[in-house]
Design a protein around this ligand. Structure first.
Ligand SMILES: Cc1cc2nc3c(=O)[nH]c(=O)nc-3n(C[C@H](O)[C@H](O)[C@H](O)COP(=O)(O)OP(=O)(O)OC[C@H]3O[C@@H](n4cnc5c(N)ncnc54)[C@H](O)[C@@H]3O)c2cc1C
Ligand code: HEM
Ligand code: HEM
Length: 481
């Protein structure tokens, strides 16, 4: 058992990973297929002295390259990386794309064949894969297609595959799991190609899969030398601010480096192996504490657990922070547009700009959209920020409260109609549709490159403006309105 495994089980055993769902958790699996024995989760208990010691020792002088990270990289370093790690130049991408077509043409039988091969050769792999998660399946196919589609893409392809390698650390994937996975994939490609499979196709696939595996492993090992695969976060404050919104303050058990504006994956013990992204709502603090703003979506697994089931003293798992919508490197004024809990990363960015060593004075205008007044869950804190910093101007916008004394209407249109922002650095976060529409409207004034938001899915879904549609908050949006 590795260092990581020992650590999480130790925390689980002493009850610090407790919430109100002992019965559902019993016997369920945790990253890497570990199982929690039922008897060890008999209700919520306070963290013990043992946990405190554990947390203290992990927060001690070691720095980010912690014991857990060292253990993992040392174990994986035993397996030498193939010499072609990180080189895609010799891959016959065209040949692979052609035969990948056979696999895609009959995805159902490809899938059956793949899992039969994988599980026949690796019992451990069986425990690592969930039984049912169709959203994940779509992501997997998108990712596989992207890997195959970009095999001849040089640096961009290498960067994507490396990212996959880093991302898989939080699933408990280790070097030793790679051979069974890629052998199964190769066997599947051969099976699907049938008579079209030639020795040349075989060697093209082998070279490509060696490259993908080696690049993933090298990136994972480099990442493991710098940071853990996941952090245990203790909830130190849990405040329900609106009917379905809570603000959580979490103490990671080890230093967690991030840039203001980034998000991180969160897993709750009630839903083992289900990771959801949440934006960090503050700039990095000396205390290491992070804030999250969570909206519980109807029927949502992780968001409801975080808002309605977890409480102070409970713990969650945190994955590595990521995201490119980070604080500006310029001195331009700031226009921030936040819909719902899209406020979280925006607040972090504003925080970090205000904390930066004094530069030329810059105006920060923050539009905060919500449906009704009670949904402005962070208004008191924003007003306090405004009082402390005269450069900050907070403008609430409500979409479903016509009698409201302030601005009303659809957030993107209200922003567009209330100021000239051509010299501003623009940050937008919230439901996809709102982000898309705001970016579109502002693009008329603001030069390309000065409008920032997280990547959006391809399909536009902005509802027609009108009564009852909310401040641009569409149901499919990733970040709750
Ligand atoms: C980069 C990024 C950052 C994010 N940051 C935050 C954040 O700071 N705060 C926050 O609250 N959320 C944030 N989200 C959204 C979050 O990751 C989850 O998608 C959301 O909490 C739902 O997860 P769940 O497990 O509760 O719901 P699931 O179990 O995944 O979904 C259950 C049902 O709810 C629907 N659903 C999913 N999301 C929404 C939604 N937003 N509105 C309405 N219905 C929905 C699904 O279609 C499904 O029918 C972010 C998402 C991304 C991609
Ligand atoms: C990282 C590796 C993989 C993961 C995490 C993964 C995960 C999943 C999950 C969770 C499902 C949904 C199961 C369900 O809904 O019941 C699924 C289905 C599927 N997988 Fe995978 N998978 C992986 C690799 C592969 C590979 C390599 C192939 C093809 C060769 C493949 C082909 C499929 C297909 C075709 C389905 C759809 C089955 C259906 O429509 O019913 N998967 N996968
Ligand atoms: C071509 C290489 C690979 C691709 C394209 C790929 C793709 C993916 C994707 C897209 C996901 C879902 C990520 C998410 O939900 O955020 C995933 C999850 C996962 N992958 Fe892979 N993967 C690859 C290699 C591997 C390997 C080598 C293993 C080792 C066994 C592996 C095991 C897993 C596991 C265990 C999960 C999580 C399943 C869960 O619990 O939800 N993958 N993969």
């Amino acid at each position: 058992m590795s260092g990581c495994e020992t650590r999480v089980v130790a925390i689980a055993l002493d009850g610090a990973f407790a919430d109100h769902s002992a019965d559902r958790r019993a016997g369920q699996q945790y990253p890497g297929g570990r199982t929690r024995p039922a008897s060890q989760f008999s209700g919520r208990q306070p963290a013990t002295a043992e946990t405190d010691e554990l947390l203290k020792s992990q927060l001690s002088a070691e720095g980010p390259a912690s014991a857990i990270a060292k253990t993992e990289s040392a174990a994986d370093a035993n397996e030498p990386l193939p010499p072609n790690a990180g080189q895609s130049a010799d891959i016959d991408a065209q040949r692979i794309k052609e035969s990948f077509g056979y696999l895609m043409a009959d995805a159902q039988s490809a899938m059956e064949y793949f899992y039969a091969q994988l599980f026949a050769t690796s019992a451990e792999a069986r425990a690592m894969f969930p039984l049912c998660m169709s959203q994940q399946r779509q992501r997997l196919f998108a990712a596989l297609c992207r890997v195959v589609g970009s095999l001849d893409g040089g640096e961009a392809s290498r960067a994507y595959v490396a990212e996959l390698g880093r991302d898989h650390r939080k699933f408990g994937v280790r070097d030793k799991h790679h051979p069974a996975f890629f052998d199964a994939l190769l066997a599947t490609a051969r099976h699907c190609a049938g008579r079209a499979w030639t020795p040349e196709t075989a060697s093209a696939w082998r070279a490509a899969l060696d490259y993908v595996s080696a690049t993933m492993r090298a990136a994972a090992a480099a990442d493991a030398a710098a940071r853990p695969a996941w952090w245990v976060g203790e909830i130190v404050a849990h405040e329900v601010r609106a009917p379905s919104v809570a603000v959580l303050t979490i103490r990671p058990d080890q230093p967690l480096e991030y840039a203001a504006g980034q998000y991180l994956p969160v897993q709750v013990s009630r839903w083992p192996r289900v990771w959801r992204s949440f934006s960090i709502a503050c700039a990095p603090r000396p205390s290491g504490l992070i804030d999250l703003h969570i909206r519980a979506v109807p029927g949502g697994l992780v968001s409801n657990a975080l808002v309605h089931h977890l409480a102070t003293g409970d713990t969650v798992l945190l994955g590595p922070p990521k995201g490119v919508m980070t604080a500006p490197g310029t001195d331009r004024d700031l226009l921030c547009v936040a819909g719902g809990t899209g406020l979280a990363p925006i607040k972090a960015i504003v925080d970090s700009v205000l904390a930066a060593p004094a530069g030329p004075p810059r105006k920060i205008t923050l539009f905060v959209g919500a449906r009704r007044e009670e949904d402005l869950y962070d208004l008191a804190a924003l007003r306090a920020l405004e009082s402390a910093h005269p450069s900050v101007h907070v403008i609430p916008v409500l979409s479903e409260q016509p009698g409201f004394g302030g601005l009303t209407g659809m957030l993107p249109d209200v922003v567009r109609g209330n100021g000239l922002f051509s010299n501003a650095e623009v940050y937008i976060c919230g439901p996809d549709a709102m982000v898309r529409r705001t970016a579109l409207l502002l693009a008329a004034d603001v030069p390309a490159g000065h409008i920032h938001h997280d990547p959006l899915p391809d399909t536009p879904d902005f509802p027609a403006a009108g009564p009852g549609t909310g401040a641009g908050q569409a149901a499919t949006a990733p970040q709750g309105g």
